[in-house]
Design a protein around this ligand. Structure first.
Ligand code: AHR
Length: 334
């Protein structure tokens, strides 16, 4: 296997385990050769950014899993910008990495760069988030959560707890929604799943819905605006823990008690979210696991060895009440 010098990427932060990259025909030479430094699999991973506790845990898990599997990881942080991710993927193609993995910032606009990877015979694995490409031959597999299902679980908790959620007792359950990044698969799918399930209860409706970009600051700012524009908010549905934690700050600043005066439902179950849940400031969390690294390395090895892999690998996840959060908090990894 010929070693090539890493091509520097301007404007995108890259962290690399080594400064070499193995070329590949995408059909399995690296893994099939069996051991030896020249057979090291080189993976280019284009991450979304560092917008949330979930993302930080996901990055750490992928880096640790790569080290554990002996994979040479080229890592880039797109700072939540699609153009940065496209630049990073093009750089990985230029470097002739063996496999490219990425978590797309948004669903649309990937066909051109994915076709470039395909023409270069570099297999692509989607992790965490989907693309909307009709040509599914542009990627080998998609590993990650079922975001529609997560939205449904959040909606089902609200339907099941509707009586408690009518905080002001006016017979209507007024929900405000903090959406994830506009155009991102988890924002689109969680909204869809939640709306589908709450439609079963005519008393529940969403009065306002805006993006907080999956960040704590974004959640806080949008919640402040919601609180200023209406005073009968019963429930916050936040598409992730970080935005829910930002909403808690806004609710407390408005002199209200989060979890009591305003019920809060979030998605992720990172440690900060689980702490707030165990304290009763959040009422329900739907888990979204960031621990995708070991499965990603396993899929990459199989793809490069020419083995069949499922086109979709769905992450197993659960839900947490405050009592359940208190039980598992001490051993929560992230
Ligand atoms: O794509 C997964 C989502 O992205 C997580 O729920 C969120 O916290 C992150 O930013």
């Amino acid at each position: 296997m010929i070693k090539k010098t890493l091509v520097a990427l301007s404007a995108i932060a890259l962290s690399a385990g080594t400064l070499s990259a193995c070329g590949s025909d995408g059909g399995g030479e690296a893994a099939a050769d069996g051991g030896g430094s020249d057979d090291t699999i080189t993976m280019g991973f284009a991450q979304v950014g560092a917008e949330s506790g979930w993302r930080t845990a996901n990055t750490k898990n992928i880096q640790e899993a790569a080290a554990e599997a002996g994979v040479d990881l080229k890592f880039s942080d797109a700072q939540q910008k699609q153009e940065n991710q496209i630049k990073a993927i093009r750089s990985y193609i230029q470097q002739k990495v063996d496999v490219i993995a990425f978590s797309p910032v948004v669903e649309t606009g990937w066909d051109a760069v994915l076709q470039e990877a395909k023409r270069a015979n570099i297999p692509v694995i989607l992790t965490d988030r989907a693309v909307d490409s009709e040509d599914t031959s542009l990627y080998k597999t998609f590993l990650g959560s079922d975001f529609v299902e997560e939205g449904k679980k959040a909606g089902q908790w609200l339907v099941d707890n509707a009586a408690d959620a009518d905080v002001d007792g006016d017979g209507d359950i007024n929900v405000v929604e903090l959406q994830g990044t506009t155009g991102a698969a988890p924002a689109i799918d969680r909204k869809e799943g939640f709306e589908e399930v709450i439609a079963a209860n005519g008393e529940i409706s969403i009065s306002q819905s805006q993006t907080g970009d999956f960040t704590r600051d974004g959640g806080k700012q949008v919640m402040e605006a919601f609180l200023q524009s209406e005073d009968d908010i019963d429930v916050v549905f936040a598409h992730n823990d970080d935005m829910g934690l930002g909403a808690i700050e806004a609710i407390e600043a408005a002199g209200l008690v989060p979890g009591e005066d305003v019920k809060i439902i979030t998605i992720d179950a990172v440690k900060d979210g689980m702490t707030a849940l165990s304290e009763g400031k959040i009422n329900f969390i739907v888990e979204c696991s960031p621990l995708l690294g070991p499965q990603l390395m396993d899929l990459a090895e199989k793809v490069l060895a020419g083995e069949e892999v499922p086109t979709r690998v769905v992450t197993e996840e659960t839900t947490f009440t405050p009592e359940q959060a208190a039980e598992v908090l001490a051993e929560r990894q992230y």
